[in-house]
Write a protein that binds this ligand. Structure first.
Ligand SMILES: Cc1cc2nc3c(=O)[nH]c(=O)nc-3n(C[C@H](O)[C@H](O)[C@H](O)COP(=O)(O)OP(=O)(O)OC[C@H]3O[C@@H](n4cnc5c(N)ncnc54)[C@H](O)[C@@H]3O)c2cc1C
Ligand code: SF4
Length: 586
C-alpha cells in the first residue's frame, strides 16, 4: 500500500526545461510546488566539471547523461503491418534523465516558429487549396503567433539567447532573418562570432540571392544576467557541447538560468531519483487527485495535489496519459481518438559535404549552436504552387565540434579501418565543410503512439510503442532542399562534393534529433486534440501536459524555443485564469 503524503498545490512530473519554468512561475505566484524527478540531482560544479567534462567516450559515445533503456525503453516499427521491437539502446533520439532533463546536454539552438506554422492547416488551404494537403493530417494549434509572442520573448530573455532579430515591430532588420514573425525586441545578446565555414556559406548564399543570418544560440556570446538575477558566462567555443553539460556556465539550461533561484524558494520541494508511475483520478474521471511514484528508497508514495503538470518530455507525457486513462487513445484505422495522434519527428538527411585542398577549418573551435542559417526554403517562405510537397527546411553551415572520436570525415570510398583510413582522416581533418539543416515533419494518419501490447518496463507497465516512417511529402521536400544545398556548395568549388541520400525507413539506431513531437496535441477541437490551447487536458481539467507532445506537427526549426514558450504560456494560464476559477478553461 502506497504511503500517502501531505497535499501540495501542484505536483510536477520531471524537472527539465518545462518543469523548471513552471515551478518557478507557480511558486512565484504563491503556490506550493513539489517536483518529482526520475533521475539524479545535477549541477554544474559537481556534475559538469570543466576538469573532466571533455570525456568524449564517457559522454558522447557511452551517453552517460542520457536515459537508459533499462529505466524506460520504447518499442518501434515503421507501420502497422510490422511487429514493434524494443530499442535496446537509444540511438535515433536521446531522452534526458536527471535534473535539467535534455536541456543539460542540448546544443542550444533557440528558434521561434513562424506565424504560418501555428495556422498550418488553414494557411495551406488558403494559399494552395485543400487538395494540396489531402495526404496529411495537418492541424492548427488553436493559438496564433501574436498571442504567444511575449512568451517566446520571456524564454529568450531567460536564456540570454544570442542572435540578431530579423523583424522588430514589423520593421525588417538588416542581417537578421527577414521571414520571421514580428518580435517585440531584439535578442538579449548579440550573435556568436561565426567561424570560417559559416562565413563562406553566408557569402555563397548571399551571392545566390538568399538571406543568411546567425542562428539564435543559447551558447552565449557574452556574459549576461537574466531577469531572475542569474549570471550566465561567455561561451569559450570549447566544442564539447551537444551531449555534454557545460562546465563554463555558458549554455542556458535549468541549472544556469532558474535553479539557483528556485531551489532557495521555500514554496518549492524537489524529490530526485523518484519515478512517477501513474496519475490517479477521482471516481468521476474528470479531475486528478494525486500521482503515485516510487521514491529513491523504493517506497511507493502517493502525492495528492490540486494540479498535476506533466513535464516529463513529450513522449513520456503521452505514455503517462495512456497509463492513467486520460483522453481517448487514437486509432489509426478510424482516425478517431486523440492521445497518440499526430506523432512527428524531424526530417533530416540530404545536404552537401565538401572537401577542400585549399581551405582549412578549425572544427575544434565550435559550439553546440554555432552556425549561419538561411530560411529561404523553410516553411512557406517560398511558393509551393508548382512543387509536389508542402513544408521546408532550414539550411546552414557551422562548427559544433572537432572531437577526436566522432569527427573523422573521410572522402567517399575510404576503407573504414586500417592505415588507409588513418591517412585519410589525418589529411581530411579540418578540410571539410557541410551545408545542411533540418526539415519539417508533417503528420499522416499512420504515424502515431500507443502502448505496446507485449513489452513492459521494470515496473510491469507497457512500454510506449512508436509507429513512424517519414511521409512521402517530407521525403520529397528534403530531396528538393538537398538540391538547393548542392547548388550553393557548387559555387564554392570544393575538390570533392557529396550529396547525402534522403531515405524512408526511419530506424532507431543512427542519431537523428531528439525532436519528437505530437501525441497529446493542442488545438481548438476536442475531437482532434488531447489538450486545449492552454495545454490543459480536455478530459481531466487539473492535468496540463506541457512539452513538444503538444505540437500538432513539427516545423523545421529545433523545438525548444517553442517548448519553453509553451511552458510560460501554460504558467500564465494557470496563474491568471485557472487559479481564479479552477475547472475547464475552454
Ligand atoms: C543531444 C540533444 C541536443 C538537442 N539540441 C537541441 C537544440 O539545439 N535546440 C532545441 O530546440 N532542442 C534541442 N534538443 C531538445 C531539447 O533538449 C528538448 O526539447 C527539451 O529539453 C525538452 O524539454 P522538456 O522539459 O519537455 O523535457 P526535458 O528537458 O527532457 O525534461 C524532462 C524531465 O522529466 C523527467 N521524467 C521523465 N519521466 C519521468 C517520470 N515518469 N517521473 C519523473 N520524472 C520523469 C526526465 O528525467 C527529465 O529530467 C536537444 C536534445 C538532445 C538530447
Ligand atoms: S561550447 Fe560554449 S556553451 Fe557549449 S559547452 Fe562549451 S563553453 Fe559551454
Amino acid at each position: 500500500m502506497a504511503k500517502t503524503l501531505p497535499k501540495r498545490d501542484v505536483v510536477i512530473m520531471g524537472l527539465g526545461w518545462t518543469g523548471s519554468i513552471l515551478a518557478q512561475e507557480l511558486t512565484q505566484a504563491g503556490l506550493r510546488v513539489v517536483a518529482i524527478e526520475r533521475g539524479p540531482w545535477r549541477d554544474t560544479a559537481t556534475d559538469f566539471n570543466i576538469a573532466y567534462m571533455q570525456d568524449e567516450l564517457r559522454y558522447a559515445i557511452r551517453k552517460d547523461l542520457f536515459l537508459k533503456p533499462s529505466v524506460e525503453a520504447m518499442t518501434m516499427r515503421n507501420d502497422v503491418s510490422q511487429t514493434a521491437l524494443p530499442m535496446r539502446d537509444y540511438g535515433s533520439f536521446l531522452p534526458g534523465n536527471g535534473v535539467g532533463g535534455a536541456g543539460v546536454h542540448w546544443n542550444g539552438y533557440t528558434w521561434r516558429y513562424y506565424p504560418s506554422d501555428f495556422e498550418c492547416k488553414s494557411h495551406h488551404i488558403k494559399r494552395y487549396g485543400a487538395k494540396k494537403i489531402a495526404d496529411l493530417q495537418l492541424q492548427d494549434w488553436g493559438v496564433t503567433f501574436d498571442e504567444i509572442e511575449h512568451c517566446y520573448d520571456r524564454f529568450e530573455y531567460l536564456c540570454g539567447t544570442s542572435g540578431k532579430a530579423g523583424v522588430i515591430k514589423g520593421q525588417v532588420q538588416p542581417g537578421g532573418n527577414p521571414f520571421e514573425g514580428s518580435r517585440s525586441r531584439d535578442y538579449p545578446t548579440p550573435p556568436l562570432t561565426m567561424p570560417y565555414s559559416s562565413t563562406l556559406f553566408a557569402e555563397a548564399a548571399r551571392n545566390l540571392g538568399l538571406h543568411p543570418f546567425p542562428a539564435p544560440s543559447s551558447n552565449l556570446s557574452q556574459a549576461y544576467i537574466n531577469p531572475l538575477g542569474v549570471r550566465i558566462g561567455q561561451c569559450t567555443y570549447c566544442g564539447f557541447c551537444e551531449r555534454f553539460g557545460c562546465g563554463n556556465y555558458s549554455k542556458a539550461s535549468a541549472q544556469t538560468t532558474i535553479l539557483p533561484v528556485l531551489m532557495r524558494n521555500p514554496n518549492f520541494e524537489l524529490r530526485t531519483d523518484s519515478e512517477v508511475l501513474k496519475i490517479n483520478l477521482h471516481p468521476d474521471g474528470k479531475t486528478a487527485k494525486s500521482v503515485t511514484y516510487i521514491d529513491d528508497a523504493g517506497t511507493e508514495c502517493e502525492q495528492p495535489a490540486d494540479i498535476v503538470l506533466l513535464c516529463g518530455y513529450g513522449l513520456m507525457n503521452v505514455r503517462m496519459m495512456f497509463l492513467s486513462g486520460i483522453g481517448q487513445p487514437y486509432d489509426p484505422k478510424t482516425g478517431k481518438g486523440v492521445v497518440g495522434r499526430n506523432y512527428c519527428y524531424q526530417t533530416g538527411g540530404g545536404g552537401a559535404q565538401m572537401i577542400f585542398d585549399d581551405k582549412k577549418f578549425n572544427p575544434f573551435v565550435g559550439a553546440g549552436a554555432l552556425s549561419t542559417s538561411a530560411h529561404d526554403f523553410n516553411a512557406d517562405a517560398f511558393d509551393h504552387s508548382n512543387l509536389d510537397f508542402v513544408g521546408g527546411a532550414t539550411i546552414g553551415s557551422g562548427e559544433s565540434n572537432g572531437r577526436p572520436i566522432t569527427n573523422r570525415p573521410t572522402p567517399p570510398g575510404t576503407p573504414r579501418w586500417g592505415s588507409k583510413w588513418k591517412d585519410a582522416t589525418a589529411k581530411t581533418y579540418g578540410r571539410v565543410m557541410g551545408i545542411g539543416g533540418s526539415g519539417s515533419s508533417y503528420p499522416i494518419r499512420g504515424n502515431y503512439l500507443d502502448l505496446d501490447p507485449t513489452y513492459t518496463d521494470r515496473h510491469g507497465r507497457p512500454l510506449l510503442r512508436i509507429t513512424f516512417d517519414f511521409p512521402d511529402n517530407d521525403i520529397r521536400m528534403q530531396q528538393w532542399v538537398s538540391k538547393q544545398c548542392e547548388k550553393i556548395a557548387r559555387t564554392l568549388n570544393p575538390k570533392i562534393l557529396t550529396v547525402g541520400a534522403v531515405r524512408k525507413d526511419w530506424n532507431s539506431v543512427p542519431y537523428g534529433t531528439t525532436h519528437n513531437t505530437g501525441g497529446a496535441v493542442m488545438g481548438a477541437d476536442p475531437a482532434t486534440s488531447a489538450v486545449n490551447k492552454y495545454l490543459q487536458s480536455w478530459d481531466v481539467s487539473n492535468v496540463f501536459s506541457v512539452g513538444a507532445s503538444a505540437f500538432p506537427q513539427n516545423a523545421a526549426q529545433n523545438p525548444t524555443g517553442t517548448v519553453g514558450m509553451l511552458a510560460y504560456w501554460t504558467a500564465e494560464a494557470i496563474r491568471d485564469r485557472y487559479m481564479k476559477a479552477p475547472g475547464r478553461l475552454m
